[in-house]
Design a protein around this ligand. Structure first.
Ligand code: GLN
Length: 217
C-alpha cells in the first residue's frame, strides 16, 4: 500500500548502521549519508582537538549518532528538533550505540540557536519540499512520513536556509563550517543567501544521482 518498509520493520540502515525509526521521524536517506560522508572526510583530517557540532532538525538522530560513533571524544554534539516524539527516537538511537549526544527540543525558526552556545560545525537536513511545487505524485509517495520533516512553514522551501545563513552567526566561531542538505532546484538561491550573509568558500556538491544536493560554507 506504499507504506515504507522501514516503518513496518521499525528500523532503517544508515551509513552501515541499523537505526530505529517510527512514523515520528523521516526515514534517513542515502543523500544524507553522502552529507555525513563529506563532514567525516573533513573532520577526520582536521587537527582541532575538540569540535562542537550542532545538528538542526535531527529527526531520528542519524547524523549525530554516526558522527559521534566515528569521531568519539573529539566531538561534542547537540541535536535539536521541534518534535518531542522524534527526539525520543533519537535518544533511543544514541543509547543503542552508547554515544553521548545532547538532544534538545527547540523550534529553530522561532527560537534560533539561542542558549545553545557556540559551534565549530553546523549541519542540517531541514524540511525543503514546497507542497505547491512538488506535485501530487511526490506528496503521495511521502504521505507516511512526518510533514514537519518534509514541508517547511508557509510553503517556503528556502526558509530554513535563509534563517541558518542569517541567524546562526552568533553561534559560530570565526572559522566555523556549515554543511547542508538541500533541494536540488534551489541550489543557486541557497548559495546566494550564504554569500550575501557574509559566508565564504561556499561550495555545492552533487549527490550520487547527479543532483545538486549539498552545500558547504
Ligand atoms: N530528500 C528527501 C526527499 O526528497 C527530503 C528530505 C527533506 O525534506 N529534508 O524525500
Amino acid at each position: 500500500a506504499g507504506e515504507p518498509i522501514q516503518y513496518i520493520a521499525g528500523h532503517a540502515w544508515f551509513y552501515g548502521n541499523k537505526l530505529k525509526v517510527s512514523p515520528a521521524v523521516l526515514i534517513p536517506r542515502p543523500e544524507t549519508e553522502e552529507l555525513v560522508h563529506w563532514v567525516l572526510e573533513d573532520l577526520k583530517t582536521s587537527d582541532i582537538k575538540e569540535i562542537s557540532i550542532l545538528d538542526i532538525g535531527t529527526g531520528s538522530g542519524c547524523i549525530p549518532v554516526i558522527l559521534k560513533k566515528q569521531l568519539g571524544n573529539r566531538i561534542r554534539i547537540v541535536g535539536i528538533d521541534i518534535s518531542p516524539e522524534a527526539l525520543s527516537i533519537a535518544r533511543e538511537n544514541a543509547s543503542l550505540y552508547g554515544v553521548n549526544i545532547e538532544f534538545i527540543e527547540k523550534d529553530f525558526l522561532k527560537q534560533g540557536t539561542n542558549g545553545l552556545g557556540k559551534f565549530d560545525v553546523i549541519i542540517s537536513n531541514p524540511p525543503y519540499i514546497s507542497k505547491s511545487l512538488a506535485g501530487e505524485e511526490i506528496i503521495n509517495d511521502l504521505k507516511y512520513e512526518p510533514s514537519t520533516a518534509l514541508y517547511p512553514d508557509q510553503d517556503d522551501p528556502d526558509i530554513f536556509y535563509k534563517k541558518i545563513a542569517e541567524l546562526t552567526k552568533d553561534s559560530f566561531h570565526r572559522n566555523s563550517i556549515c554543511y547542508l542538505e538541500m533541494n536540488e532546484f534551489r541550489a543557486d538561491e541557497i548559495r546566494t543567501y550564504f554569500i550575501d550573509s557574509g559566508w565564504s568558500d561556499v561550495k555545492t556538491r552533487k549527490d550520487l544521482q547527479g543532483k545538486e544536493r549539498m552545500l558547504k560554507a
